[in-house]
Design a protein around this ligand. Structure first.
Ligand code: PEP
Length: 260
């Protein structure tokens, strides 16, 4: 596939509109961001819903894009407390996470629902960023490959292959999120390779694959240099400007190295 390098910052439930607007301005104005974007890298930030409009406004003209952290599987209706992909599109969101492990953990999101969310996003013109990954128990039992393959198959079966053709995968082992612990580089490369192969052979698609789970300024360079890694989904470190920009700098080096 054509080389891509994508860094996405998941701000989780951490920044209200004021702080999010400032963070967005700082990132958009930074030299690291500009150099990365000029080189063809892609930089996405995922603010909480309420902060999306101000962030869209603050990054305008910078080539940074804004993603939501989730979307409903219906375009509208009696779903109190929910937000649809159609609404996200209206306020300038170009992509959305679906199936994040914190939604799977706290809201009991399932692969079927994740597939339906991805389909709704694609139909609304919003790119799905589809999160996959095994639990600690599944990892311990050596089931990572089986779990991830089954997630891919179910999500695509529900969403339909046309809905995921323009999507991104984000491989996020659930035990690595917010823990400071990551899989070995060999494990990351091997799961990413599996995701690529499964998507190609079973579904005829080739999507960029981000790695997520405790990425920081110290481990980003090694992770982003892996051949099947097309970027990172960054949580905790993404609201710390210096840490996030250091990841962006490493991404630029890795991207240049791929092209040389
Ligand atoms: C995430 O929430 O998607 C994530 C990867 O979090 P962290 O980087 O904090 O592990």
């Amino acid at each position: 596939m054509q080389q891509r390098m994508i860094i996405a910052g998941n701000w989780k439930m951490n920044v209200g509109p004021e702080q999010a607007g400032e963070l967005a301005l700082t990132l958009a104005a930074s030299d690291a961001t500009k150099a990365f974007l000029q080189a063809g890298g892609e930089l996405v930030v995922c603010p909480p819903y309420l902060s999306i409009p101000i962030v869209v406004q603050r990054v305008r003209g910078s080539n940074m894009t804004v993603a939501a952290q989730n979307c409903h599987w219906e375009p509208n209706g009696a779903y109190t407390g929910e937000i649809s992909a159609t609404m996200l599109h209206t306020v300038g969101c170009t992509s959305t996470l679906v199936g994040h492990s914190e939604q799977r953990r706290d809201q009991r999101d399932t692969d079927q629902r994740v597939g339906a969310r991805a389909r709704a996003a694609a139909r609304a013109g919003v790119q799905p960023i589809i999160c996959l990954g095994e639990t600690a128990d599944e990892y311990g039992a050596g089931l990572t490959a089986d779990v991830v393959a089954a997630q891919i198959d179910t999500i695509i079966e529900v969403a339909g292959v046309d809905s995921v053709r323009g999507a991104l995968w984000a491989y996020e082992p659930r035990w690595a999120i917010g823990t400071g612990v990551t899989p070995t580089l060999e494990e990351i490369q091997s799961v990413h390779h599996l995701i690529r192969q499964r998507s190609r052979t079973n579904h005829g698609i080739d999507l960029p694959i981000l790695y997520g789970g405790s990425v920081n300024g110290d481990n980003a360079a090694e992770i982003l240099s892996l051949s099947d890694v097309n970027g990172a989904l960054v949580g905790g470190a993404s609201i710390q400007v210096a840490h996030f920009l250091s990841i962006v700098e490493h991404a630029l080096h890795a991207f240049r190295a791929q092209g040389s």
